[in-house]
Design a protein. Structure first.
Length: 315
């Protein structure tokens, strides 16, 4: 029998956890597999940690890792990966937007031996603001065209993976993590399991539009060099245009004899070129910032306490 590890990142989930825990426990108890629930408390400011400790006292299958501060969901997922002991490893949210009822089917698909991973994707975005849905759809279109990663539109972090795939993900220890891209980059054969969108059972989402925008920007910068290439080509194009304009002005001066008329057009050109220069510098600075953060080699997370005996506290 395969042991199942379920990683659950938690940030201020005191309302959702009492609803999530009995549901996922019931599903796992209905299976013949041994399992462990690894809850990662990502610096919550509510009673999330107290609830997790209570679960751990009553249930030997429950383990928790509590960070010293909020490091973000990507770090929480990574902490779960490096501390999971299962043959199959799953990642899911505590708000029940990732239905635990799908786990038996996902396990059965992996047991067939044909696939290395079972990933979920939403069939629609019902209940989500239309503007946010439109931007999300466009993001998936863009990143799939400019990167080598295969990221399916509507893909969730909720997936079940074999040990080999998890080990490959752990080896990708970069500080700037974008898991959706990493899952696609490492390859392996993935089965996409569609399901209808589910609303949160309690609490509020931690992802506002600005956070999602920054997350999307991180994904593009981490998995594509196209923005740098475009900046280079824009520089070449504007240099060519400036050279042509210089020739036109010289010829006009010699042929007509009057100076260049109007300052408004000149200001517009200067502002336009200046804007392109600042845009190109901004793109390069984004990549430079990523290199700077990677060069520091800071840990992804720092664990303050845990009930896992051999926990990796800093990684």
């Amino acid at each position: 029998m395969k042991k199942i590890s379920i990683i659950v990142p938690c940030y201020n989930e005191e309302e959702a956890l009492p609803l999530f825990y009995p549901v996922v426990t019931k599903v796992m108890q209905g299976l013949k597999n041994d399992y462990e629930l690894i809850f990662v408390n990502d610096g919550s400011r509510d009673k999330t940690l107290e609830i997790l400790k209570d679960f751990a006292k009553k249930d030997p299958h429950v383990y928790y890792i509590s960070f010293s501060r909020n490091f973000g969901k990507e770090s929480a997922m990574y902490a779960g990966f490096v501390n999971a002991h299962g043959d199959y490893v799953a990642v899911m949210d505590a708000d029940l937007q990732d239905p635990p009822a799908l786990l038996p089917k996902m396990i059965a698909i992996l047991d067939s031996g044909e696939y290395d991973s079972v990933a979920t994707r939403r069939e629609d975005r019902s209940g989500e603001p239309p503007v946010r849905s439109w931007f999300a759809h466009k993001f998936y279109q863009i990143i799939n065209k400019i990167s080598d990663s295969d990221i399916v539109d509507g893909a969730r972090d909720f997936r079940l993976m074999k040990r080999d795939m998890v080990d490959a993900i752990i080896e990708m220890s970069e500080y700037n993590r974008f898991s959706k891209g990493i899952f696609g980059w490492v390859g392996f054969k993935t089965y996409w399991l569609p399901y209808e969108n589910v609303e949160r059972v309690a609490g509020e989402t931690k992802w506002n539009f600005w956070k999602l925008f920054k997350y999307a920007l991180d994904g593009i910068v981490n998995f594509s060099l196209v923005p740098l290439t475009l900046s280079s080509w824009m520089g070449i194009l504007m240099t060519f245009v400036a050279f042509i304009m210089l020739i036109v002005i010289i010829i006009r001066k010699i042929a007509v004899g009057d100076p260049v008329a109007g300052w408004a057009s000149l200001i517009c050109v200067i502002i336009f070129i200046g804007g392109l220069i600042m845009l190109s510098l901004g793109v390069m600075c984004q990549y430079l910032a990523k290199v700077y953060m990677e060069s520091k080699r800071r840990p992804h997370y720092i664990s303050r306490e845990s009930n896992i005996g051999d926990v990796k506290k800093i990684d």
